[in-house]
Design a protein around this ligand. Sequence first.
Ligand code: ATP
Ligand code: MG
Length: 302
Amino acid sequence: MKIAILSRNPKLYSTRRLVEAAQNRGHEVIVVDHLKCDLIIEAGQPAILYKGAVLTNIDAIIPRIGASVTFYGTAVVRQFEMMKVKSAVGSQAIVRSRDKLRCMQILSRAGLGMPKTAFTNYSKDSKKLVDQVGGSPCVIKLLEGTQGLGVVLAETDKAAESVIEAFHNLKARIIVQEFIAESKGADIRAFVVNGQVVGAMKRQGKEGEFRSNLHRGGTGMLIKLSAAEKAAALLAAKTLDLAVAGVDMLQSKRGPLILEVNSSPGLEGIEKATKLDIASKIIMHTEKLALKKKEAKTKASE
Ligand SMILES: Nc1ncnc2c1ncn2[C@@H]1O[C@H](COP(=O)(O)OP(=O)(O)OP(=O)(O)O)[C@@H](O)[C@H]1O
Ligand SMILES: [Mg+2]
């Protein structure tokens, strides 16, 4: 098979591991920088120009699209789909997963547990918002934040109200969320591939830090998920139609609570914490997709 990995940088850990895993399984693999692709759109003949040449004979792609380039990156994934190339994760699912608020709404409808969350169009009544999520301490988050930046723990009602007002004045979109104290600065990342949890880790924030992000000095360790945690991770990935997903959860008295579902989850943290070969699981899933397509083609020509 010929597999293209859509990634901006072949040196990144996740990209290197996917290349290695694909080669180990006997595939030809190329790394394609999605921002350097030109899309040629014409009736019945969609094509992609990459570094001046038309990309041909690719059986499947594995998109690794960063949040800052969602628009163009997913347009490239969609173009491959139009060319009948299988994608390890669908373009539509990636686009949808990038709207965090929409994801929370959809996951809540599916009955998944989550910290109670409030969102508003810059309401002046910050006190009501804080009350709605159970009062202080509460967590205030920039909607567009990542790596733990823009996540604030407000210890008192007054602090919460000041922070909300400050963000509103800056016209920054935020959510106000119930603080889950019993998670004690830790969260769980479950890595889902094709309807199975292929690895899970617990991330613990450093001393005195409620955010467990590895970028904020947290450490990841192997964890065995409870049946409820496993079920929640699988349902979240399925509900958002993500064949590859990193599902972040908090452990609480009322069971697992979903924080976020990531459609291009990094491999470094999870592989180092679990010592598992997650990259090969993604390659095997991609093989299955491409194989299904080949079988369908053979059937059609019979
Ligand atoms: N409601 C909460 N109660 C307790 N701890 C929380 C809560 N929300 C977040 N945290 C802690 O803060 C960390 C960072 O929060 P979160 O994951 O929501 O933001 P982020 O990592 O900046 O963004 P994203 O994960 O969407 O890229 C979490 O991993 C968790 O440890
Ligand atoms: Mg996070």
